[in-house]
Each structure stands twice: as structure tokens, then as C-alpha cells.
Write a protein that binds this ligand. Sequence first.
Ligand SMILES: Cc1ncc(COP(=O)(O)O)c(C=O)c1O
Length: 413
Amino acid sequence: MRDDDNLTAERPTFVTHLECAATGETYPADQVHNLSRAGKPLLVRYDLDGVRRALSKDALARRPPDLWRYRELLPVRRTQDIVSLGEAVTPLVRLPKLAQQLGGGELIVKDEGRLPTGSFKARGLVMAVSMAKALGIKHMAMPTNGNAGAALAAYASRCGIKTTIFCPEDTPEVNVSEIALQGAAVYRVNGLIDDCGKIVAEGKAKVGWFDTSTLKEPYRIEGKKTMGLELAEQLGWDVPDVILYPTGGGTGLIGMWKAFAELEAIGFIGKKRPRMVAVQASGCAPMVRAYEQGVEHAERWEDAHTIAAGIRVPQAVGDFLILRAVRESGGFAIAVDDDAISAGLDEVAREEGFLMCPEGAVTYAAYKAALADGRIRRDERAMLFNCATGLKYPLPPQRRTLDRHQPIDFARL
Ligand SMILES: Cc1ncc(COP(=O)(O)O)c(C=O)c1O
């Protein structure tokens, strides 16, 4: 087996059509699409019986460990359109010490910080850009809280597509710099991500940019879906009892839910599903409010603020899909405040040597809260998502110094 087998071997593809997630109206595959005529996300549909016949667990086990091993369940038709930066299978890291201290069940982190550009946004954008290349798109634009823009810039530059990217003015410096270094035109905007989204929509109408906003483009979700495919395979074709997902636009949560349905349809897993928990910050929790009110759509969250910048999304076009997955799975939505997020980040780093990103720490803080109030049981196997490397974020300065010319009191060090 060559290491680049998944990127070079032609494999059969099974996309049949796209479908409006709200109305079920169908759309042809292999054409440029944004939202459906009803203004809702489009989902990619496959001939799953065909996949079932073409793909076995054994054949899969022999492929190199990257995202493209799931080719039969992905939309890219021709190998030549794959734009890859090495989308490695991300590890499951256990937190045994904290699980024991908290008196919980097995606690696992899927560490998405190992992906190109240091975040799970690579999964969605590698797919969106590969499809854009296949469909001849020349100029992509995006509103972003940082990580998605970085991934878009990287993949698009790699295959010669122009990118224009807008982020809220207080987006972490590292994100704005990496976006610019990776070849995009990037602008800070005095507003939030949905304000940036309006600029992209206007540019689409006026100069024909392709709108790559979360869920306004059908293929990012297919890339994010691979988190669900991967974790099921890593657990020996089983799923955890609970998944805690830091929810902004919610692509990953919706994508994983889709992945489990497809895996069942091709006979790789049974009926068991994880309870899907949408985790938000209490300074921006539109999904939690909508979940608690029992409504299908979430109202915009005003004055959104949180240290977990990636999930500062006041309004999500896929709100009804997030809420549907949470409810169908028997999960729930929960918010934690910034103090709990910071404390969680410190605790996991100190106790387990695992530096999470703030959005990852949101899931740990939520796990603690839900274990304490009984919403997660002590015998449940829980999976947290650390969606980006903690090293991308500003870290508190450490000021201890030592004068090597003075006698050192080793007993006090
Ligand atoms: C680190 C991190 N975590 C979580 C999210 C939220 O992801 P999603 O849009 O799939 O809800 C983002 C999005 O920007 C992010 O950058």
C-alpha cells in the first residue's frame, strides 16, 4: 500500500443527487449550488445500496489512514480534483485521570487539532474546495470566525482559486495572519460573523463570488461527516453513548448525525446512536434557548460574546437541523460560561497534559456540568471534540525567571 493510495486510486462514487433539508426537493449533482429554493441547506444523497455492495470493512481497513479512505461516501468524483494537505485520521485521546476524579465513565477527546491548518475546519474545506475545483469555481468568499477562513485560504491557494475572506474585528490575530499568509485577501469587519456573511452575499450578487458560508455550500458538511465515520471505525464500528460538540454553525454535529445514518444504511453499524449534545457559551447560546423553548428555529442572539470565538455564531442557517439531531438522538443543549471554559482549559492541561482550544474546553466544562446534574450518567462513554490545537490561541504569559549567576536553591524550585 502506498501512503498516497487514497489520493491516486480511482474509486467508484455514488452521489445520486442533492436534497433540500427542509422540503426534500431534489437537485442535480455535479452542478454549482448554494441554498435550495426554500433558502435552506442542501444535503448530498448517495446510492447507499451501491456503497454497501462496493465497500467492505476489510477493504477499508487496508487503506491509508486519512479522510479520503471514505471515498465512496464522499462527493468528489475524480481523483484529480482532490486537493489534499494530508488530512490525517485524528486520534482518540483518553482522559482517565479526570474521568476518575469526576467519577464519570470513559472520557475521550477526538483531537482535531492534528489536521492541516490546526483545526477540524480542514475537513469541511478540503471537500468544498475539491468540489469547487471540480465544478470550475474561480473565486470563493467566506465569513469566518478564523479557523474556517484559514482552511479555505490554504486549500484554495493550493489549487489556484482566489479567496476573499471577512472576519469579525476581534478575531484572534493568528487566524487573520495565517489566512493572509496562505494567500487570501482578508478583511477585519466591525461586526459579527453574520454581518460578515451579508458582505459575502452582496459580493456574490454584485461580482459573482461563490458563497462558501457554513451550510450555504453543500459539501463542507460532507467533509465534517468524516468525523462520525472515523470515530465509529476507531471504536470498532461502535459509537459512544454521548457526543459533546461545540456548536457554532453546527456543521459537524449535523454531519456526524448524517454519517451515522449512512453507516447504518450500508450495514457498518446497528441502530444505536450517540446522544448528541450541542454545547454553547452562555454569552451566545441561541441553540440552547431554542432547545429549551421547544421551538424548531432559533432566534438571533443579540450582543453575542464569549472567549470561545469559534462558537460565537448568533444565528445559524442550519438551526433546525442541529435541533432535530439533538432531539432525535435524545440529547440536549447546554451552555457554560467563560469562567467555566477557562477553568476547564486549565484543568485538562494541568491534569492530563492536553492543551485544548477554548471551544474544546467548552465541551469539557459542559461534560462536568452535565455529569453533576445527572444529564450524563456515570456509566456513559462520552466523547468531547477538541476542534483546534490549543497552540493557535493566545496563552497567558509565564513570568518565573532564574539568574544562573546566583546560587540556586534547588529545594525551593
Ligand atoms: C475551534 C472551533 N470549534 C468549534 C467551531 C464551531 O464549529 P461548527 O460551525 O461546526 O459548529 C468552530 C468554528 O469556527 C471553531 O473554529
